[in-house]
Design a protein around this ligand. Structure first.
Ligand code: HDD
Length: 756
């Protein structure tokens, strides 16, 4: 098991880590207790949660925690020092020749402080600069040794610590979380056979087929080089210029224009390894595999207008959401699924599994659940952990191997290489967050910022002076799968099947519900409206014409353009005729997971039914939702019966878009007061427009009328998302409201253009 006490291996390079020395505070030091790993997350301590029972995080042992104690610093009760450990007497004033005299060169305390500050920033990631991360563990459901010798799958119930970083792709480090973009989903497994990084995205396919095109793709996507605009957006000329000349991007564009690219939360999105990988067992037998992460929180997205407004209201929306959920003990969880197939099966597919613009439909190869991943601890320090973590597709372990996907091969080079400049040298593997929990022994030496103090005179192999150590592992070690290679001419080119750019884009479109299709049309219309060159719009439409007639007609009409001829295809082969694949639709996925972590605003003013608010508040809280009392001003409001209620946030500071639903409680005077505040009326209009459940009690209904919100749908039937409660049936109304909240959105209300 991964129980630290039972751990026999220890990293000789880091002798203090597992020894008692690391756990016993030195005289005069206070150290964070690290022996009880289950409660190591101080933040999660003492917070009762239905998931965690008595306030304890689950037994998810995370043994990345103890090794990091070596480098953790806690300044409580400590004197301020320089980096040399010299106590500092005065941290306010520089050393001067007289109170009004010049600052002295000899002020080493000032100079050390400023010098370190001057170098605080490191280059941001060229892509995926904006991200958020958390610690946790992966637990295998079963022993998968029949198909892979990879350590995390060695036995049922085995736990492997992980560090997971979610990210956007295009935006810079300080950019908004809710931009329309692909999301990175990078998992570092600290296995007992070394680190394995599964560096995936929340979309199972990619824009391009060959790493040769990656710098071009990123240059086209990033802010344009002459004026550095736009930030964190693909809606500009250079991006669409490039992709419309690269029809292989069509499938990925369909996903990127869907609601997948505006997730409600990092906790509510799927993850994919994208490429076809190999699993290899101890006997050296191999199968192909695709990796899928499915969130237990359900898969949910924002609507575009909401995403835009959240960018202003809370640009850290996803970072905050992940952080707060973990602090509250609502540990996000994903199930890992594998699509396993043989090389022979792959040969029979109508697409090439080495083409990263294609997915393997679940109807062809079902997804087999093999384990779960729980994130249960926030980082202690953003820079040291989230910023310095280095994911590399080259980091594989025995049992996991590559295929000949040309995109993957370029990545194997790129990730290690980029860390050399981003993290400043070849020793980035020694940065605590990147260091494996297993032993590291080799003859690599020196370089910038070397931490390890290698002992002895031997740094070569073979050697006799070191007794031949470290020695080659042979069958114990990583052995590349001996895939047969064929003697062919050197060539720059692609297999024929790579030239089908449209059939899976069409499969995706056909698998979407009408609501999702309408959102995809809206996204293409928005992005191409921001494109200023008509020829680029036209060329993109000519690609869409190869996907679906209703799609291209709707987008063209939104742009006021005629539908052009379809772009000539790169292949003359007949395209495979897919029908639909249920798993590709977000809305078709089972998402009924209750109302945990759903944010509910309760709008109040003087005269509100305080007892009613308390009942609703406590009932929502009891089911794991996050209610907030919202009003025009902070302070207290006084109910009709002179009971008082604390306001938690204002309409200005916590606008509609950061909530999943709203309640307007009873109270005649309350409704009148709110009706005079345009912030309250805007709040309700936006909740309505974004298809969120609205509960109104008694006089609260007047407020909806004042905001111009219709109680009925266009066909005259009552809006199922507007739940009216009278005192007699308050309990039933609350139950109906929670049901609507669990569904997340009331799509039947939506229209394009919006009615309210
Ligand atoms: Fe990449 C970062 C995912 C293609 C080169 N990539 C990066 C991250 C993710 C992905 C999640 C952020 C990791 C983190 O949180 O630190 N990238 C993908 C996926 C791809 C993909 C799923 C296609 C299947 N990437 C790709 C190609 C190349 C790169 C083809 C280059 C040939 N990616 C990089 C990089 C980055 C990176 C430049 C920037 C920062 C870093 O690596 O550490 O090396």
């Amino acid at each position: 098991g991964m129980d630290l006490a039972a751990q026999t291996t220890h990293n000789a390079n880091k002798p203090g880590e597992y020894g008692d020395a690391a756990r016993t505070p030195q005289a005069g030091q206070t150290a964070k207790p690290s022996t009880d790993l289950a409660t190591a997350s101080t933040a999660a301590e003492g917070i009762a949660s239905p998931k965690t029972g008595g306030g304890q995080p689950p037994i998810g042992v995370n043994n990345t925690n103890a090794p990091l104690d070596r480098v953790r610093a806690d300044s409580s009760g400590q004197v301020l020092t320089t980096n040399q450990g010299v106590p500092v007497a005065n941290n306010q004033d520089s050393l001067k020749a007289g109170l009004r005299g010049p600052t002295l060169m000899e002020d080493f305390i000032l100079r050390e402080k400023i010098t370190h500050f001057d170098h605080e920033r490191i280059p941001e990631r060229i892509v995926h600069a904006r991200g958020s991360a958390a610690h946790g563990y992966f637990e295998s459901y079963e022993d998968l040794s029949a198909i892979t010798r990879a350590a995390p799958f060695a036995q049922a119930g085995k736990k492997t610590p992980v560090f997971v970083r979610f990210s956007t792709v295009a935006g810079e480090r300080g950019s908004t979380d809710t931009a329309r973009d692909v999301r990175g989903f990078a998992v570092k497994f600290y296995t007992d056979e070394g680190n394995w990084d599964l560096v995936g995205n929340n979309i199972p396919v990619f824009f391009i087929q060959d790493a040769m095109k990656f710098p071009d793709l990123v240059h086209a996507l990033k802010p344009e080089p002459h004026n550095a605009m736009p930030q964190a957006a693909s809606a500009h000329d250079t991006f669409w210029d490039f992709v419309s000349l690269m029809p292989e991007s069509m499938h990925m564009l369909m996903w990127a224009m869907s609601d997948r690219a505006i997730p409600r939360s990092y906790r509510m999105m799927q993850g994919f390894g994208v490429h076809t990988f190999r699993l290899v067992n101890a006997a050296g037998e191999s199968v192909f595999v695709k990796f899928h992460w499915t969130p237990l929180q359900g898969t949910h997205s924002l609507v575009w207008d909401e995403a835009v407004k959240i960018s202003g209201a809370d640009p850290d929306f996803h970072r905050r959401d992940l952080w707060e959920a973990i602090e509250a003990g609502e540990f996000p969880e994903w199930e890992l699924g594998l699509q396993v197939f043989t090389e022979e099966q792959a040969d029979s597919f109508e697409f090439d599994v080495l083409d990263a613009t294609k997915l393997v439909p679940e109807e062809l190869v079902p997804v087999k659940p093999v384990g779960r991943m729980v994130l249960n601890r926030n980082p202690d320090n953003f820079f040291a952990e989230t910023e310095q973590v280095a994911f590399c597709t080259a980091h594989v372990i025995p049992g996991i191997d590559f295929t000949n996907d040309p995109l993957l091969h370029g990545r194997i080079h790129s990730y290690v290489d980029t860390q050399l400049s981003r993290l400043g040298g070849p020793n980035f593997h020694e940065i605590p967050i990147n260091a494996p929990v297993t032993q590291v022994h080799n003859n690599q030496r020196d370089g910038m910022h070397r931490q390890t103090i290698n002992r002895g005179r031997v740094s070569y192999e073979p050697n006799s002076l070191g007794g031949g150590c470290p020695f080659q592992g042979g069958r114990m070690g990583f052995t590349s799968f001996p895939q047969q290679t064929f003697v062919e001419d050197k060539v720059r080119g692609k297999p024929e099947l790579f030239a089908d750019h449209y059939s899976q884009a069409r499969l995706f479109w056909q698998s979407q519900t009408p609501v999702e299709r309408s959102h995809i049309i809206g996204a293409f219309r928005f992005e191409l409206t921001r494109v200023t060159v008509p020829a680029i719009r036209k060329r993109t439409l000519s690609m869409l014409a190869n996907v679906d007639a209703s799609l291209v007609n709707a987008v063209a009409s939104g742009l006021g353009m005629p539908v052009p001829d379809p772009q000539p295809m790169a292949t003359t082969r007949p395209l495979p005729a897919y029908r639909t694949s249920a798993g590709l639709s977000l809305l078709a996925r089972p998402g009924q997971v209750g109302i945990h972590t759903r944010r509910v605003a309760i709008l109040v003013a003087d005269g509100v039914d305080v007892a009613g608010v308390r009942t609703i508040y406590e009932s929502l809280l009891a089911d794991g939702a996050v209610p907030r009392v919202v009003s025009s001003r902070l302070g207290q409001v006084t109910g009709a019966d002179s009971a008082t209620l604390d306001v938690e946030i204002t309409l200005e500071a916590g606008p509609a878009v950061i909530y999943d639903a709203v309640v307007v409680p009873a109270g005649e005077q309350c409704a009148q007061t709110l009706a005079a505040d345009a912030n309250a009326l805007d709040f309700l209009r936006q909740q309505y427009r974004h298809c969120k459940p609205i509960m109104v009690v008694d006089a609260g209904a007047q407020l909806l009328a004042k905001a111009g919100i219709p109680a009925a749908l266009r066909d005259g039937s009552p809006d199922p998302g507007i739940i009216g409660a009278q005192p007699v049936d308050a309990a039933a109304a609350l139950a109906a409201f929670k049901e609507a909240l669990a569904q997340h959105r009331v799509w039947v209300r939506e229209s394009d253009p919006p009615a309210v």
